[in-house]
Design a protein around this ligand. Structure first.
Ligand SMILES: [Zn+2]
Ligand SMILES: [Zn+2]
Length: 202
């Protein structure tokens, strides 16, 4: 990979150096290329990631967000939690999708497992307390690996996309005065209130 600018930008956004974030970046970029689409700030793409909660390598998700422009804020990324470093990217305009999954060649896997960075992370040392050159070593392993050594690229498939209607109205809660999306408001004694002020749990 020649253009390192996006790698530097990702690492700055993500906040630390790690192989999983870089893996997400590479797999996101590959998914874009396979679908023949560009990263977008609009909602033309939708990503479904398979990383779960509270496990290592969750940083993969930030790489996907950065590569594709599918973000939590726009709501066009979601989890299908299976504990895997995989993404299905959907081109909503053309109703096409591709799944790209992390499937490391054993030689690369060994290099990453044996790298000082990985061993120190395994001992619970935070990434920012590991020497810079050791951080860069694992980042470069992921960034420079041939595609076939790190990922499995699935076929492009037809994927019909039904866009859910976005509720655009925001209203003020008569209890706390905070701004709330209308679909989350409740009515108590004839007054519109937020979930916190309603006393209801759902
Ligand atoms: Zn990370
Ligand atoms: Zn309230």
């Amino acid at each position: 990979m020649d253009d390192k600018q996006i790698l530097h930008d990702l690492l700055k956004f993500h906040g630390h150096y790690c192989w999983a974030g870089v893996g997400g970046l590479r797999m996101g970029l590959t998914a874009l290329r396979i679908l023949g689409v560009q990263r977008t700030g609009a909602k033309a793409l939708h990503a479904i990631i398979e990383t779960g909660y509270n496990h290592s390598a969750g940083c993969f998700a930030d790489g996907i967000q950065y590569a594709t422009g599918c973000t939590l804020g726009k709501g066009n990324i979601e989890r299908n939690p299976k504990g895997k470093l995989a993404v299905t990217l959907i081109d909503k305009k053309h109703n096409k999708a591709v799944r790209v999954a992390y499937r490391p060649a054993s030689a690369l896997m060994q290099k990453i497992v044996n790298a000082p960075f990985t061993r120190k992370r395994g001992l619970g040392i935070p990434p920012d307390q590991i020497p810079k050159e050791e951080q860069e070593e694992v980042v470069n392993l992921m960034w420079e690996a041939p595609e076939q050594d790190i990922m499995l690229i699935g076929p492009v498939t037809d994927r019909e996309w039904q866009e859910e209607e976005e509720i655009t109205r925001l209203v003020l809660c008569e209890g706390c005065g905070e701004l709330v999306a209308e679909s989350y408001m409740r009515v108590v004694n004839g007054k519109p209130v937020c979930m916190d002020c309603s006393g209801y749990s759902v």
